[in-house]
Design a protein around this ligand. Structure first.
Ligand code: 13P
Length: 333
């Protein structure tokens, strides 16, 4: 099936953007927490949450000196996408001027997955075409949709429902000339072992690529954002080499080589752990895809803790962010 794109945007553009997002020794900064989650994280760091505080924090991240040396794209929430920096530029415009592609999270969160107790289904297809048209007009280069998969509740029905939604989203993005980040996250929370994570990751990735194919999605114009295959956060961890070997085996069995790039989420793991896993992944020379990061917490936690909402701490917070981004980027080279 040929991929429809808006006038002025072609499949070639989608391919080029997907490569730009994942190749060249840079990765993607996930700064798209919902208003609720961001407010909770600010409060936990001692910063009273407000629209302005959320803006100031995201401005701190985006304008960190030399961020573009290690970061190719930034994922924004709807609120931030519509906000302006203190210099008056909108976030997507400022990002492009800084050499960073602006992206937008477009799913609207989860609801209970019908028929499967405690499992979740990600929502957001209603009105998605109109929203994508608006985001594209305002400069969005890419989008993100996150499916939330728990090892405990994953059955084929949950995998298929979430995969079908991801595929519908990805096809819609490509129709609007926007590269979809396809994110089926197997949660690391809990005490499951490595084998359970591998099994669940394989099941959801198989379902995702079946549904992407069915929806006619151009795989050369997507970025896959999976979890590393690891034991649960409450379990004893394994070496970075083992994480990389098992993750690679699962990806090799499920992800076609035509996908240009894979950008991993951090999933609540410490910065050093995911950076080490990414280093080991990039030692695997046979990998057909670019392998990079799209971390959230692993990049920003230090900056948020340093900032404390104080203007005098902005520079130190930015240094903490850039240090983590540079370490992650170095892991891809
Ligand atoms: P973490 O790296 O903090 O898991 O966040 C990445 C992300 O974008 C989750 O959707």
């Amino acid at each position: 099936m040929t991929t429809m794109t808006t006038p002025g945007s072609t499949a070639t553009d989608l391919h080029a953007v997907a490569r730009q997002m994942t190749a060249g020794g840079r990765g993607i900064l996930a700064a798209d927490e919902s208003i609720r989650t961001m407010s909770q994280r600010l409060e936990a760091a001692g910063v009273p949450a407000s629209e302005t505080a959320r803006r100031d924090y995201r401005q701190l991240l985006l304008t960190a000196p030399a961020l573009a040396d290690s970061v190719s794209g930034i994922i924004l929430s709807d609120e931030t996408f519509g906000q302006s920096l203190t210099d008056g530029r909108s976030f997507p415009v400022a990002a492009r001027e800084l050499g960073i592609l602006p992206g937008i999270k477009v799913d609207t969160g989860t609801v209970p997955c019908p028929g499967v107790e405690d499992a979740l289904l990600t929502q957001g297809l209603d009105g998605l075409d109109d929203r994508l048209e608006s985001y594209a007009a305002r400069g969005a280069a890419f989008a993100k949709w996150r499916a939330v998969i728990s090892v405990e509740t994953l059955v084929p029905q949950v995998a298929e429902a979430n995969a079908a939604a991801l595929a519908g989203y990805a096809a819609a993005c490509q129709r609007h000339g926007i590269v979809p980040i396809v994110e089926p996250e197997v949660l690391a929370t809990g005490s499951h072992d490595l084998v359970a994570s591998a099994k669940a990751t394989r099941m959801i990735l198989e379902a995702v690529f079946t549904e992407l194919d069915r929806a006619g999605v151009d795989l050369g114009g997507i970025v896959l954002k999976p979890n590393f295959v690891t034991p649960g956060l409450d379990s004893r961890q394994v070496s970075a080499r083992t994480v990389a070997t098992v993750t690679y085996d699962v990806l090799r069995a499920t992800v076609p080589g035509v996908v240009p790039g894979i950008a991993f989420l951090s999933g609540g793991h410490p910065t050093a752990r995911v950076t080490a896993a990414l280093t080991e992944m990039n030692r695997i020379e046979a990998a057909p895809w670019a392998l990079t990061f799209s971390f959230g917490r692993a990049l920003v936690n230090d900056a948020l803790a340093t900032w404390e909402g104080r203007p005098a701490h902005v520079s130190a917070a930015q240094k903490a962010l850039v240090a983590n981004c540079e370490a992650a980027a170095a892991a891809t080279r």
